[in-house]
Design a protein around this ligand. Structure first.
Ligand code: BTN
Length: 254
């Protein structure tokens, strides 16, 4: 396929609404979706007044420093597969950041992109079901720290930006183009249901092999991801625990 034909065949980013200031790009996409917008529409913003993170948290930004975007997806899948889309999003960020900056980011299950111990990006997949419990859409939100020179004290010890990590300012439009291309490629892999995506998750995971504690207090070593994207943890008594969603923390060394 020629480059031009490949660009035409692209689903993600076939329409990009670049907005200045919004409440949340997630809400902007939900409105477009309610009006019948097709899969692949993207909304970006320079600033969000009410950015949303996972688990009901807020997502802070200062205007013009981050890449803030949401993508409308309408995959024909069972609702149980929807959480995997946050892994698809994180993996696309890993691909794009590695290609554009030379950094080697890793994925902390379920949705964080890390460089070393610091978070550079969060991904939020919000699913909506329709009649008969059918999956109507997933809004995939990505917040990537690009040109911050500093962070508020609450997150300063845990967050970083591409600028802080590379010592240079990055072109957000160029990063966006690389990210949408990577997302399009990874989303196709997801729809094809092959093993390649799970192999890539394993390869880039900084969680596998680490001692972790699930939100319910269960501890062990993260040993794999199952085919739904859930984390498998080998507990000290040998039991295999499956954590489908939520959060994990580093567990104290045994
Ligand atoms: C997390 O908690 O790590 C996920 C953060 C997701 C933030 C992005 S920024 C663009 C999109 N719009 C939002 O309101 N949230 C997501």
């Amino acid at each position: 396929m020629s480059d031009a034909a490949r660009a035409d065949a692209r689903v993600i980013g076939r329409a990009v609404h670049a907005l200045d200031e919004v409440g949340s790009t997630q809400a902007e996409i939900a409105w477009l979706a309610a009006e019948g917008a097709p899969e692949g529409v993207v909304v970006t913003a320079r600033h969000q007044r009410a950015g949303r993170g996972r688990l009901g948290r807020a997502w802070w930004d200062r205007a013009g420093e981050s890449l803030l975007l949401s993508v409308l997806l309408r995959p024909e899948i069972v609702p149980g597969r929807a959480p995997q889309l946050s892994l698809v999003g994180s993996l696309a960020v890993v691909d794009a950041v590695a290609a554009e900056t030379g950094l080697t980011p890793g994925m902390r299950w379920p949705n964080d992109v890390m460089v070393g111990e610091r978070k550079i990006c969060g991904v939020l997949a919000e699913a909506a079901t329709g009649a008969g419990g059918r999956l109507d859409r997933v809004v995939l939100g990505i917040g990537l720290n690009v040109n911050q020179a500093e962070f508020p004290p609450e997150v300063a010890a845990r967050a970083s930006s591409l600028r802080l990590l590379t010592g240079r300012v990055h072109d957000r439009d160029r990063l966006l183009a690389a990210l949408l291309a990577a997302l399009d490629a990874r989303y196709r892999e997801f729809l094809a249901e092959g093993e390649s995506l799970r192999a890539a998750w394993r390869r880039h995971s900084v969680t596998l092999g680490a001692r972790v504690r699930a939100a319910d207090g269960r501890e062990g070593v993260a040993v794999d991801l199952d085919d739904t994207g859930a984390l498998l943890i080998r507990a000290e008594d040998g039991a295999l625990l499956r954590v489908a969603s939520g959060e994990i923390a580093g567990a104290p060394a045994a």
